[in-house]
Ligand binder design. Structure first.
Ligand SMILES: Cc1cc2nc3c(=O)[nH]c(=O)nc-3n(C[C@H](O)[C@H](O)[C@H](O)COP(=O)(O)OP(=O)(O)OC[C@H]3O[C@@H](n4cnc5c(N)ncnc54)[C@H](O)[C@@H]3O)c2cc1C
Length: 292
């Protein structure tokens, strides 16, 4: 049987209190949200925090999806199931529903949170690719106040983020611009499994031209892969299947998968290309109101 090392446990009663505890306890303290990533790591002794700060009583402060005019704000403790069911998100960023439909199973989705997913920073995690594609920003709070970090600066290394000791991820902000469409495409070995590869794309179309675009890939690099070169290729051009094929080719070249039980490198590169093309096609069809 796997058992974690012993640890102290505290239920936070406010965001301020959680941050104060994290600051006081230092690097040996960890936040626990849904626990679906942290607890398995503790049982395997891959993580051995001395103190756990449980934020599950902070739903009033940290669980919400709301339109703040100009952007959608998502609280860090918002569960996968709430992202899946949100009509507001489905209206503006259907990529979230696409991804949530294929993340794990209802047991995980009922407890796991967007904050835990992004802070775990597993390179195969789906929501990091989604947030990269839609150009999300992360709000990080500490005792000295808060800072807002773009996704490119959020994931600093595998399983490492810009959230420092003594800090809490509190919110994810999604900027709203007209002409948006988005989609997530994933290939997994069986329903509910982690991705062999996945691609998220968001496009913003203005007068039949791709005004802006974001593309993120899961499971084909040491961290979430942000396809900047493919974005450059697409920006300012009229959307077409041929153009998306070229972007897919760039995706295959610019990712860096590793061979493992999910497949060899060439297969994963091939998938990255195909899924990027599919995600771009679907995102554009949604932007042009040709697909729901
Ligand atoms: C069987 C199974 C299958 C899964 N399949 C998939 C999948 O297909 N795709 C996918 O994307 N994910 C998958 N997951 C992961 C799932 O999405 C988890 O919910 C997620 O990784 C972690 O969320 P959590 O709230 O449980 O985080 P926790 O386990 O509570 O925390 C994870 C890490 O984030 C930190 N943390 C949590 N919240 C905060 C915060 N607000 N501020 C700072 N640090 C914080 C914790 O200290 C910890 O280090 C799967 C998980 C399981 C168990």
């Amino acid at each position: 049987m796997q058992t974690p090392a012993s640890f102290d446990y505290e239920r936070a009663t406010s965001v301020e209190g959680a941050i104060a505890s994290l600051a006081r306890l230092g690097p040996e303290a960890r936040v626990i949200a849904g626990g679906h990533s942290l607890l398995p790591m503790m049982k395997l002794r891959l993580a051995q925090p001395e103190h756990l700060i449980d934020i599950n009583d902070l739903e009033a402060e940290l669980s919400y999806i709301r339109d703040e005019g100009g952007e959608i704000a998502i609280g860090a403790l918002t569960r996968h199931v709430d992202l899946l069911k949100s009509e507001l998100l489905a209206q503006h960023f259907p990529v979230f529903r696409d991804a949530e439909e294929v993340i794990a199973d209802p047991v995980v989705r009922n407890r796991g949170t967007i904050g835990g997913s992004l802070c775990q920073a597993d390179p195969a995690e789906d929501l990091s690719a989604v947030c990269t594609a839609v150009k999300a920003k992360a709000v990080i709070r500490g005792t000295d106040g808060q800072r807002v970090v773009p996704m490119d600066e959020f994931h600093v290394a595998p399983y490492m983020t810009a959230v420092n000791d003594g800090e809490l991820l509190t919110e994810i902000r999604l900027p709203l611009f007209p002409g948006a469409g988005s989609a997530h495409e994933k290939v997994e070995r069986r329903a509910g499994d982690w991705a062999i590869a996945a691609a998220s794309a968001a496009v913003w179309v203005d007068r039949s031209t791709i005004h802006d675009v974001g593309i993120g890939l899961s499971a084909v690099g040491l961290t979430t892969v942000h396809l900047k070169r493919a974005e450059e290729l697409l920006r300012g051009k009229p959307p077409s299947e041929e153009l998306f094929q070229q972007a897919g080719q760039v995706a295959s070249e610019d990712c860096s998968p590793m061979a493992d039980g999910r497949g060899p490198v060439d297969y994963k590169r091939h998938l990255a290309g195909v899924l990027t093309k599919r995600a771009l096609s679907r995102a554009t069809a949604r932007a042009l109101k040709q697909e729901a």
